[in-house]
Design a protein around this ligand. Sequence first.
Ligand SMILES: NC(=O)c1ccc[n+]([C@@H]2O[C@H](COP(=O)([O-])OP(=O)(O)OC[C@H]3O[C@@H](n4cnc5c(N)ncnc54)[C@H](OP(=O)(O)O)[C@@H]3O)[C@@H](O)[C@H]2O)c1
Length: 285
Amino acid sequence: MAGRTVLVTGGTAGIGRATALGLATMGARLAIIGRDRGRTEGAAREIRAAGGGQVDVFVADLSSQSQVRRLAGEVLQSLSRIDVLVNNVGGYWNTRHVTADGLERTFALNHLAPFLLTSLLLDRLTQSAPARVVTVSSNAQAMGHIDFDDLQGERSYSGARAYNQSKLANVLFTYELARRLQATSVTSNALHPGVVSTSFGAEDPGRVQRLFAPFMRPFMKAPAQGAATSVHLASAPGLEQVTGGYFANGKPKRSSKCSYDEAAAARLWQVSADLVGLTAPATTS
Ligand SMILES: NC(=O)c1ccc[n+]([C@@H]2O[C@H](COP(=O)([O-])OP(=O)(O)OC[C@H]3O[C@@H](n4cnc5c(N)ncnc54)[C@H](OP(=O)(O)O)[C@@H]3O)[C@@H](O)[C@H]2O)c1
């Protein structure tokens, strides 16, 4: 990875920090995004110490579209190339929360943020090609359903339903992006990291998570193991031209039947573009 620049969202903790650490030790120049400056600087110091290379720090609350736009501007100013974008940030909330933009938080952070950030950085990725977009989904996508009549759980909200939908949205986005980028050398793949012992869902956990997580922790993957598929997709030489795939345990895997619905993917893309205020779909082909 020497000479390559990798941008990781959510690089302060969990799978994202382990992904950044893994890629830094392979020689990549890292740029990490966190929402708290102190935590992000702290993670960057740790990653620098492990990898020995440059680690840039960007701070933004990705649930806010104005912050994503400001962040993208700063990234484009600082990074002359982006070889890999790892869309890693994601969360689970048991109860319904609303972002600064008035959007349901799971949909906004897990799906709209990577959609908008990737769109705003796409020209830089294309200029840096061969380049890769890696999006962290989850096997929860298999239980997901895109409810176009109630995308943001206004009529009825369940944390699990919102999360599953957002993770299916990650896969639909990944596949649609791959189709739109067919004429370029930018690939787009999604993955399931495994069940990983992190702070995932800790802000607003459900009763089941509160009760069972402590007992399940010893059986979960460590963050470095959970990051392995992200690291593989970001770096494996054999994957340079592999696009439009879903991976788990470092291997390709079929995602849910719904995730291959191209009409649903195109519709979701359009709805998302409207919700983030992108007038035209982001495509370079
Ligand atoms: N853990 C699992 O078992 C599991 C399973 C399947 C899929 N996944 C997926 O893996 C990804 C990473 O999850 P994780 O387990 O590593 O979660 P985590 O431990 O909660 O880490 C989440 C990361 O995202 C950052 N973040 C959260 N909200 C943010 C916001 N509004 N703006 C900017 N950054 C924000 C956090 O920063 P702070 O330091 O500020 O909190 C942290 O760096 C997610 O997409 C999740 O859906 C996880």
